[in-house]
Design a protein. Sequence first.
Length: 118
Amino acid sequence: MFLLTIKKISPKELHERLKDNEKVLLLDVRAEEKYNEFHIEDPQIQSVNIPKTSIFALEETPENSHLSLPKDQEIVVTCTTGNSAAKCANILDGRDHRVIVLEGGLTAWKEYKKSLND
């Protein structure tokens, strides 16, 4: 698979966007039960959970697959560590979605938020 260089956003940059009241579409590609246990919540975030297996399936059957994701809005893709998010972002980028990966995933997000509270 050919990997493009997908843009990344750090937890700090994402936090700054939220503080600036910027609307963010966040795509969490973890399994639904993990998403239900924890996901990034904020009044400015529209959070969507589409497991990575569904996105990986797009590569195998591109002609009959459809995701209800906008193509005119940037999508921040995340997972636990950022690896699956990067793979999913590449697939979505190939389908003309505007994607950016949360660097370090939710692990880095939790660490960053914890550092703010320390």
